[in-house]
Write a protein that binds this ligand. Structure first.
Ligand SMILES: [Zn+2]
Length: 385
């Protein structure tokens, strides 16, 4: 018998992306494409032979778990065609459907990265669509790209960039900045070197996707300084993500030298995606640095059944009050919904195991569940949901 049950606990998702109400219906393939992290749009294609129990080609455990949950939710047959048909009927009123799914899992608030998709969507529009509260982080890379196009010299760039960061950080509802430097030059950020940064700036203005490492490192430090001054959070993408990540320099351990610098000892840092698949490194870092936090987004829900192992591993070292729920959902409301469902299902298994082994009683286990689902967000971000 299950002793710990997290149903009905409210949830705040500390890392997700906005989407707009989709027009028109999905077909099986377009639906799968929206659910996948894959950057190869031809991964999913219509197949002629459809043997009854054969998994959808190129689908993985995350998609399997989602399809099964959706079939149960709609009381329909567990086939892709039937599920898509049932969801299209519901999604005809996209706002109603989105609100229904958010309410079904008590998803009350989200910190959203409006840096994807580009051009940015509107916060109030997403709040209206979902019925949830939304806080924002401002990505530094689009700011760098925009200013890089304007023919500014390095000094002009730096002063405009700093001004823009300050302006964004002073806006209501913006809780911090975010960097995706892990996608461009990696997390091994070096000390500020102005001469090298000037040279790399020339490279960046020629092509804003190039590494231009010394320039990006310089901008990273300016963003850390701006967050320190404003008391807001620096969100750093850690671990895997899109296919263009600098995978050999994406693990959180590369950040440690930077984060433990004395000048950043009061800087609040949020390690986005908890460094997956190197989440134990993130767990160690948050355990030794008082103002560094992590979330379990992206790995949840995309690691499917692995979320149970991940939660257990993260909580080997990470203090209970340093870890927050996240999804990285980015296309359709089913992703936000399934993120909460997989996480709660897996977390309950972990918590029940701890109670069974007599590490704690069921009440404490439930409280830890609440901490990671919303209480830590309230405490860390000083916000009531
Ligand atoms: Zn993301």
């Amino acid at each position: 018998m299950q002793k710990v049950n997290l149903n009905g606990v409210k949830v705040v998702d500390v890392h997700a992306h906005p989407f707009v109400a989709a027009k028109g219906e999905e077909d099986a393939i377009s639906f799968l494409k929206k659910l996948s992290l894959s950057v190869n749009p031809n991964m999913f294609s219509k197949e002629e032979s459809t043997e009854k129990h054969r998994p959808v080609p190129n689908s993985n455990m995350w998609i399997q778990i989602l399809l099964r949950n959706m079939a149960q939710y709609y009381s329909c047959e567990e086939s892709l065609e039937e599920i898509v048909k049932a969801r299209n009927k519901k999604a005809a009123d996209y706002g109603e459907y989105t609100k229904e799914l958010f309410q079904d899992v008590q998803l009350k608030g989200l910190i959203m990265d409006f840096g994807y998709p580009q051009p940015p969507l509107d916060r109030s529009e997403f709040e209206e669509l979902s019925g949830a509260r939304v806080w924002e982080i401002s990505r530094i890379e689009p700011i760098m790209v925009e200013l890089g196009k304007q023919g500014l010299n390095f000094d002009e760039f730096v002063s405009r960039y700093k001004k823009q960061l300050e302006e964004d950080l002073s806006k209501e509802g913006i809780v911090g900045l975010k960097t995706i430097i892990a996608y461009r030059s990696g997390l091994e950020v070096l000390e500020m070197d102005e001469d090298a940064a000037v040279q790399a700036y020339a490279e960046f203005t020629r092509n804003d996707r190039l590494p231009a490492k010394a320039f990006r490192d310089y901008c990273f430090h300016l963003a850390m300084e701006a967050c320190t001054a404003s008391g807001k959070f620096m969100h750093i993408h850690t671990g895997i993500g899109d296919g263009d990540v600098v995978m050999t320099k994406a693990s959180p351990s590369f950040l440690l030298d930077t984060l433990r610098k004395e000048k950043y000892q009061d800087t609040k840092v949020h390690l986005v995606h908890g460094g997956y698949p190197w989440m134990e490194e993130a767990a160690f870092i948050v355990s030794i640095l008082p103002n560094v936090y992590m979330d379990i987004s992206l790995q949840n829900p995309f690691a499917g059944h692995g979320v149970e192992r991940i939660i257990s591993q993260v909580l080997e070292l990470a203090p209970f009050n340093k870890v927050m729920y996240g999804s990285d959902a980015f296309t359709i409301p089913e992703m936000n919904w399934m993120g909460v469902k997989i996480f709660i299902d897996c977390f309950e298994r972990v918590l029940n195991d701890w109670v069974e082994k007599d590490y704690m009683n069921a009440e404490k286990a439930r409280y830890i569940g609440e901490m990671i689902l919303y209480r830590n967000f309230e405490e860390i971000y000083q916000t009531k949901i």
